[in-house]
Design a protein around this ligand. Structure first.
Ligand SMILES: Cc1cc2nc3c(=O)[nH]c(=O)nc-3n(C[C@H](O)[C@H](O)[C@H](O)COP(=O)(O)OP(=O)(O)OC[C@H]3O[C@@H](n4cnc5c(N)ncnc54)[C@H](O)[C@@H]3O)c2cc1C
Length: 374
């Protein structure tokens, strides 16, 4: 990270901080290089802002690396307050993914084969007029010959490969001249006369009049804001399908979901656990997910297990994201996307650009206001 320090030093927390014309500064500093921070950095940069992403580790290696990548905008599964954002973001995805692919030169495997949902049996009778057979575009035996399911319905949803997306978004951001500082955590947002003027990391300080906290499950650890985020663990595994086209659709059932990738991988997920910041996988849990996949698609017994992992979703007390300006002038937040951060990245970036530029966002962010926890 090229930072010039040519001026007179002030001291802050035992370290020198330089304030004069020789110091490099940015219009906006984004804390956290997950898909939320990366998408916002790209959107702000495209609008002409000078942007620095400060990432504790490597960009795109936490929740955004662990995710399945289903783009779920179905009203049966999305909290009502989130539905307008989910629908808008799902609509934005083809263009969002295309632009990132063009700007990075890398593919993100956006797929639009749709999702087959196998609902829990007790729910089926609860929905008046809900006839499963009418909600499939073709007989299940034609759509997914290897899937064992008595009842199912179809959703016109997309999926994306979050690892490919995060990696491409990092490349796109670099190609657009977003600056990165990696491997050094932000400890605090710095204030001067009650306004933001940068951030302090464990090794240095960076200056900007605007700072956006996009630190996922860790957003509560950065002083002085302490947002009430918590980690919600998800374990997953990945199989190599015996043939690339064994499954075409995403399959969601009460016990597991299956997400095929175009290269023949199949992701099986996921647990939802309150386990603190523990990212270890548990062999029994992974086996249970594996068995659930075999019950849905017995032919997967020939599938090789490639990998298992766990990631930490950014949860909040009411299950909704925290989006907007904080009470501290110049300090913003975009976090708490819980199970939907991959889906919500494009709309979050768009709405947060408006907030940061001081214009009215096209969707109401009232339900997501950081002040609701005060
Ligand atoms: C198993 C699993 C399955 C999922 N499936 C889906 C799905 O199918 N669809 C969907 O839409 N979503 C899904 N999600 C949710 C999605 O992954 C998250 O909502 C999303 O990735 C959150 O992105 P983020 O950028 O806020 O957080 P992260 O990707 O966690 O990024 C936060 C970044 O901040 C950095 N950071 C933290 N503290 C600091 C600090 N002090 N200084 C600097 N940097 C810091 C971290 O290192 C990290 O890189 C899933 C999540 C999991 C775990």
């Amino acid at each position: 990270m090229p930072v010039t320090c040519g001026g007179k030093a002030k001291w802050s927390r035992g370290r020198p901080v330089f304030y004069n014309a020789g110091v490099k500064s940015w219009d906006v500093i984004i804390v956290g290089g997950g898909i939320i921070g990366l998408s916002l950095a790209i959107a702000l940069r495209r609008r002409g802002a000078r942007v620095l992403v400060v990432e504790r580790g490597e960009p795109g290696r936490e929740a955004s690396y662990a995710a399945g990548g289903m783009l779920v905008d179905c009203s049966l599964e999305t909290p009502p307050a989130l539905q307008p954002l989910a629908v808008a973001s799902a609509r934005m995805y083809p263009e969002f993914a295309h632009e990132i692919e063009v700007e990075s030169g890398a593919k993100v495997d956006l797929r639009d084969q749709g999702t087959i949902v196998i609902p829990p049996s007790e729910n089926v009778h609860e929905r008046p007029g809900f006839t499963m057979a009418e909600l499939l575009p073709a007989p299940l035996s034609e759509l997914e010959p290897e899937l064992i399911a008595e009842r199912a319905f179809y959703l016109k949803e997309r999926s994306v490969d979050p690892r490919a997306l995060s990696s491409a978004a990092t490349k796109a951001a670099r190609n657009l001249s977003v600056d990165f500082s990696s491997g050094d955590p932000v400890r605090a947002v710095d204030l001067s006369d009650g306004r933001v003027n940068g951030v302090t990391t464990t090794k240095t300080s960076f200056m900007a009049p605007k700072v956006v906290i996009c630190a996922g499950a860790w957003s509560g650890e950065i002083a002085p804001c302490a947002f009430p985020t918590r980690p919600v663990k998800g374990q997953m595994l990945c199989l190599a399908m015996p043939s690339r086209t064994l499954l075409k659709h995403v399959i969601r059932s009460p016990n597991a979901y299956l997400i095929p990738r175009s290269d023949g991988r199949l992701l099986v997920g996921a647990t939802v656990e309150e386990a603190g910041f523990d990212k270890r996988t548990d062999p029994d849990t992974i086996q249970r997910l594996h068995r659930a996949a075999l019950e849905l698609v017995p032919k997967l017994r020939d599938a090789r297990m490639l990998e298992d992992w766990a990631g930490l979703r950014p949860g909040t007390p009411d299950g909704l994201p925290i989006l907007g300006a904080t009470q501290t002038p110049g300090c913003y937040v975009a976090t708490g996307h819980f199970r939907d951060g991959i889906l919500l990245a494009p709309i979050t970036a768009k709405l947060m650009c408006a907030v940061i530029e001081g214009t009215t966002p096209e969707l109401d962010l009232g339900a997501f206001s950081p002040s609701r926890f005060h």
